[in-house]
Design a protein around this ligand. Structure first.
Ligand SMILES: [Zn+2]
Length: 208
């Protein structure tokens, strides 16, 4: 198939050695470093920074002011809200000569709300949802909904993005199966993730 190329606003910088897929749009003052690989059909908003060697999947949407540092990987269809903060150093010191990149993985279809902070070393599961302003310090399971500081697992969301409610549960066994009231999809959650959610939801409510 013939390459249709990508769009780059005249103020954006895409360094030599970066690879950007067809149909991707890179907006004002964004900066993509050498060795970064960005898939097709992505949208990088104003002031987005993509570090050396970062790999970003297809159809990823990154809103204004997000820095995707080395060690962060975004799979296909990930949404990153405005001013989300990623990190990549677990023991930051201005004067350290040697430091280790601690990787962060955001899996397919996951969404991260505005201004959330993702502490390095975590995996955010497929189709998970991070509420705006959360501080994520541990792994989020597939379809998990997390909120707060530190972020607690307070529920699950459908692939379509809607929260799954207790009354949407259709079966309970090794997996808890929900049927989304909006789109009708069935979403199966491992029992241990469901039990973690019940516990953390209590902790979350206890904080208010
Ligand atoms: Zn749904």
């Amino acid at each position: 198939m013939a390459s249709t190329g990508y769009y780059k606003h005249p103020t954006a910088i895409v360094e030599e050695g970066a690879v950007v897929g067809d149909g991707t749009r890179i907006w004002h003052f964004a900066h993509v470093r050498s060795g970064a690989r960005i898939g097709e059909g992505c949208n990088l908003g104003k002031d987005v920074y993509v570090d050396v060697g970062v790999v970003i999947g297809n159809r990823v949407k990154i809103q204004n002011g997000v820095s995707v540092y080395r060690g962060v990987r975004l799979e296909d269809d990930v949404f990153v809200g405005p001013h989300v903060a990623f990190t990549n150093d677990k023991y930051p010191r201005a004067f350290n000569e040697e430091w280790e990149v601690v990787p962060t993985l955001v899996r397919e279809g996951a969404s991260i709300g505005a201004n959330a902070t993702i502490v390095c070393g975590v995996t955010i599961g497929r189709y998970a949802m991070v509420a705006a302003g959360s501080v994520v310090t541990k792994d989020v399971p597939d379809h998990g909904l997390v909120a707060g500081n530190p972020a607690r697992l307070i529920g699950f969301v459908c692939t379509c993005g809607r929260p799954l409610r207790e009354e949407d549960i259709v079966s309970v066994g090794e997996e808890v199966v929900y049927k989304c009231s909006r789109c009708g999809r069935k979403i199966a959650v491992p029992r241990r993730d469901y039990e973690r959610m019940i516990k953390e939801r209590e902790m979350f409510r206890g904080c208010r």
